[in-house]
Design a protein around this ligand. Structure first.
Ligand SMILES: [Zn+2]
Length: 180
């Protein structure tokens, strides 16, 4: 997986595939585009937009590649999620601040069902230990009195990426990994 912060970077990465070593087998000159991953999100509820480009290390026609794939992502997209990373961050911050997930979600005006905030929160909860392990490599977690795990995770994200407009975007770019 490769995560790009901007559209320009995304396009640049794709334009240089022929010069880029395969992340699996390290051979150069084998990578080809292999279809887009598209999806709806809250910024584009009616039209699917490109979330990622799949890339194939071609082993067809004796191309010599390893046959594996990976994907190049935009950092404001979160895999299998209708919310952009920015909306997700707003939802998480407001949920923790108010203790009211349903209301925090409603304020996004995403048009998603009433059960969506619980589903998304569950995914975040399950991702938290991986997020905090990754963050621990960047900076110490801030000391908080709170017993709430989510509050610690958000504070740790802010400590690591507080100067960025959207810490989950910064997380994905810096760590080249999925936020959740
Ligand atoms: Zn390969």
């Amino acid at each position: 997986m490769r995560v790009c912060e901007t559209q320009a970077e995304f396009e640049q990465v794709l334009s240089q595939l022929k010069l880029t070593p395969c992340p699996h087998c390290k051979q150069v000159g084998r990578l080809i585009r292999h279809g887009f991953l598209r999806g709806y999100d809250d910024q584009h509820p009616r039209r699917k937009t490109v979330r990622a480009q799949r890339v194939f290390c071609s082993n067809r026609n004796r191309a010599g590649g390893c046959g594996r794939t990976f994907s190049v992502w935009w950092a404001d997209k979160v895999a299998r999620l209708f919310l952009t990373a920015e909306s997700l961050w707003t939802f998480l911050v407001n949920s923790v601040a108010t203790g009211n997930k349903r209301q925090a979600f409603r304020e996004l005006n995403s048009g998603l069902s009433e059960s969506a905030p619980y589903r998304i929160w569950k995914r975040f909860r399950e991702a938290q230990s991986a997020i905090r392990t990754a963050l621990a490599g960047l900076c110490e977690p801030p000391k908080l009195a709170s017993q709430q795990a989510a509050e610690h995770t958000l504070a740790h994200l802010k400590a690591a990426f507080g100067d960025h407009f959207c810490p989950p975007v910064a997380f994905q770019v810096r760590l080249q990994a999925r936020f959740m």
